[in-house]
Design a protein around this ligand. Structure first.
Ligand SMILES: [Zn+2]
Length: 294
């Protein structure tokens, strides 16, 4: 069975190059020199090396901060997947999606599409870059069946239902489209003037749907993935909503580098709500390190 990095590397090899990036540019990730390695199992992912890859001492720098992910601490070898991923300087700026054996660096719209309608061919993998600074490859999750769908949001694994997160996403996107900031939706701390503008009963109907979910990882994922939607019959005055398939153009993402990852616009003013799970606070911490938002 392939580990996340092995699946990503194999998919990369099978994908036409260069790969399109969400910012309109393209990328071709370099292949480091690989050779015979002594260990059967990979130090980092724990997968089989087939005695081919790189030596850990050649590929893992002193600055590597994710040694806690190492699965086989006594191994001196990296498999070709981990050897390849650790040779990349910029791939972590981009989200990773493997479907049907091909690698994509998905846009926010594409990520939303996958979360609303999860792929039904296996294996697949989705690792979402939030800061663009963290490794999201070897921490990722290979999805092998609809009964256990895990995606990675930065370095936090999030389980989503087999039917996707569309039901949860709808009230979040209604609020977002009506002018509420993602930080307000995330924390439950709304600006009173926005509530007045949207209409108290309309806002309350939406908020009641999402309040029980607040603080969960999947809710955080849904807020991240939310896009402004054109909906018919859902002006902030009435509760019936019909989701159209058209997604409004998302706001231009701001990059921390020329190849920076998309980052959530609501996180800049993110506040703690006091309802955090322990996993969420770690995630918040990583998100709060961000400095630029679209
Ligand atoms: Zn490996």
């Amino acid at each position: 069975m392939l580990t996340p990095t092995q699946l990503i590397f194999k998919a990369y090899q099978s994908t036409p190059k260069p790969l399109p990036l969400p910012n309109g540019k393209t990328a071709e990730w370099p292949l480091p020199e690989m050779h015979e390695v002594p260990d059967e199992l990979c130090w980092l992912c724990g997968g089989r090396t087939d005695h081919f890859g790189r030596l850990r001492k050649d590929a893992v720098r002193d600055s590597f901060t994710d040694a806690r992910y190492a699965r086989v601490v006594e191994s001196e070898s990296l498999c070709s997947g981990c050897g390849w991923i650790l040779a990349q300087k910029f791939i972590r700026n981009w989200s990773l999606l493997v479907v049907d054996g091909k690698l994509e660096h998905p846009s926010r719209d594409r990520i939303r599409e996958v979360l609303v309608q999860p792929p039904t061919t296996y294996p697949w993998l989705l690792s979402i870059a939030v800061s663009g600074q963290k490794h999201i490859s070897f921490a990722g999750k290979v999805v092998l069946s609809p009964n256990s769908i895990w995606v990675l949001l930065e370095q936090t694994p999030v389980q989503i239902p087999p039917s996707g997160i569309g039901t949860m996403l709808e009230p979040i996107e209604d609020l977002y489209t009506a002018g509420f900031a993602k930080a307000e939706i995330q924390t439950g701390r709304y600006q009173q003037n926005r509530i007045r503008k949207a209409g108290l009963s309309w806002w309350r109907a939406k908020e009641e749907l999402i309040a029980p979910l607040r603080g969960s990882r999947v809710f955080e994922l849904a807020v991240f993935a939310a896009q402004k939607q054109e909906r018919k019959g859902d002006d902030p005055c009435c509760t019936a909503s019909i989701l159209t398939t058209k997604t409004l153009p998302s706001r231009r993402s701001v990059s921390t580098q020329s190849t920076g990852a998309e980052i959530p616009e609501g996180s800049k003013s993110r506040q703690t709500s006091g309802a955090s799970s322990s996993g969420r606070s770690a995630q918040q911490q990583s998100v709060q390190q961000l400095s630029l938002f679209g």
